[in-house]
Write a protein that binds this ligand. Structure first.
Ligand code: ADP
Length: 467
């Protein structure tokens, strides 16, 4: 087993990984930028190394700085967390070249799944159902129109190198396909350094359902059920739950088995997530994430497993030690992503935390590095905490999440807590009856209502003045 692990990340996930290390008796090394010197993941680590200035490009994304930090502290493994360098094949190879273990899958899988066209091709060949679309990259406008005509409108033009919900355009007609093809390519080149695009049928009102897998280096693969991540704004998840209110046990076993078979076929090891859109009882593969995901705690809550511990164990070459029949699911779990942002305009709201009180009680988990006096730097992602609850039934889960949100105090900045409170009061959410469009429509309705109320108030003010 490893003796010391360097955690190449920050914030709640760095802390999450550190917790697993400590519980396993493994020492941890934190890395940080100058903006994060006072951060909790640095304070609680056994050792810490400053790897650069606030800009992520010069610190958390600086491969040489991270590897040097691991070398000077004699770390024998690196856990990349999510985001930053977690899916960077070149980084994983550099780590291995330095005689350090990368806690994640083989770099070849990072490479295959990191390119969406190759990922889709690989998934299809391994027997995973995919969204109808182009066979690989689309090379010309004429080809784009021809493919759109054959799969039917509307279509989605996606950047091969896209990610984080960016690099997608919907086109409803031939003219729109022509325009979207041109702009998507140019924009993708500017944003991702790769202008290649591909096409998919645009699904109207699907749910986003993903399957968590875990594999070892001995050919064992299990699935840990699904997560429903349909509540999204601009293709970014804000709330996740398991089990999906749309699936039954039979459907879960069926898709889980398909995914496990595919993962065995490609020889996948470590943690991974296969993402699907789900509509009219059918699954359509969209991508695979070859790392730990933000929403992994809901899976941990219902399975009782520690995913980071399992990642570390399999990276060290150990066998999983359990099989599919040993994986059981108890009750339901939900997660709210708490962002430092205005809950109506979504403008980022970094700054000093002047007061902090985290919720507690039965079956409540908070993953966060926040504390009173911490100054959230403006340089990184706005995710500052994850609130996770478990319940025997979905109803119990909703009620527990509402009371936990009610207890949560984060003073000094704006957060998305009020948005979660409003969402969890909606009948559609209480009934589990929502899809990937629901949240944006809800926000739209709320914004319109707020504008109407503001107008009314102004008119009343004017009337009062006249009187
Ligand atoms: P990213 O890597 O940017 O997260 P994904 O391919 O995982 O991109 O898609 C992110 C989200 O975009 C999905 O959860 C879904 O909301 C939407 N999406 C992706 N593909 C389609 C599609 N073919 N039809 C409709 N919506 C889609």
């Amino acid at each position: 087993m490893f003796e010391k692990i360097l955690i190449a990340n920050r914030g709640e996930i760095a802390l999450r990984i550190q917790r697993a290390c400590r519980e396993m008796g493994i020492k941890s090394v934190a890395v940080h930028s100058t903006a994060d010197s006072e951060a909790m993941h640095v304070r609680l680590a056994d050792e810490s190394v400053c790897i650069g200035p606030p800009s992520a490009r010069e610190s958390y994304l600086n491969k040489a700085a991270v590897i040097s930090a691991a070398t000077i502290t004699h770390a024998d493994a690196i856990h990349p967390g999510y985001g930053f360098l977690s899916e960077n094949a070149e980084f994983a190879e550099m780590v291995a070249d330095h005689g350090i273990a990368f806690i994640g899958p083989d770099p070849k899988h990072l490479r295959t799944m990191g390119d969406k066209v190759t990922a889709k091709k690989t998934a299809k060949e391994a027997g995973i159902p995919c969204v109808p679309g182009s066979d690989g990259a689309v090379e010309s406008v004429d080809m784009a129109v021809e493919i759109a005509d054959s799969i039917g409108y509307p279509v989605l033009i996606k950047a091969t190198a896209g990610g984080g919900g960016r690099g997608m355009k919907v086109a409803k007609s031939r003219d729109e396909v022509r325009e979207a093809f041109m702009t998507a390519g140019t924009e993708a080149k500017a944003a991702f350094g790769n202008g290649e695009v591909y096409m998919e049928k645009y699904l109207g009102r699907p749910r986003h359902i993903e399957i968590q897998v875990l594999g070892d280096k001995h050919g064992n693969v299990v699935h840990l059920g699904e997560r429903d991540c349909s509540l999204q704004r601009r293709h970014q998840k804000i709330f996740e739950e398991t089990p999906s209110p749309a699936l039954n046990a039979g459907q879960r076993d069926e898709i889980g088995e398909i995914v496990c078979k595919a993962m065995r076929k490609i020889g996948y090891d470590n943690a991974g997530t296969v993402e699907f859109l789900y509509e009219d009882g059918k699954f359509y593969f969209i991508e695979m994430n070859t790392r730990l995901q933000v929403e992994h705690p809901v899976t941990e809550m219902v399975t009782g497993l520690d995913l980071v511990r399992e990642q570390i164990r399999v990276a060290a070459g150990l066998e999983l030690g359990f099989s599919q029949k040993d994986v059981t699911f108890e009750g339901c779990s939900m997660e709210c992503r708490i962002n430092a942002e205005n809950p109506r305009t979504f403008a980022p709201s970094p700054g000093l935390i002047t007061g902090y009180h985290a919720p507690g009680g039965r079956r409540v988990r908070v993953d966060s590095g926040l504390f009173s006096g911490f100054k959230i730097p403006p340089n990184y992602d706005s995710l500052i905490a994850k609130l996770i609850v478990q319940g025997s039934t979905r109803q119990e889960c909703v009620m527990r999440m509402r009371r936990a949100l009610h207890e949560y105090v984060i003073d000094g900045i704006e957060t998305s807590i009020p948005l979660h409170m409003a969402v969890l009061n909606e009948p559609a959410i209480m009934d589990g009856n929502y899809d990937i469009r629901w949240l944006e429509e809800f926000i739209d309705r709320q914004q319109k209502q707020a504008a109407a109320e503001e107008k009314l108030a102004k008119n009343e003010e004017k009337l009062a003045k006249k009187k």
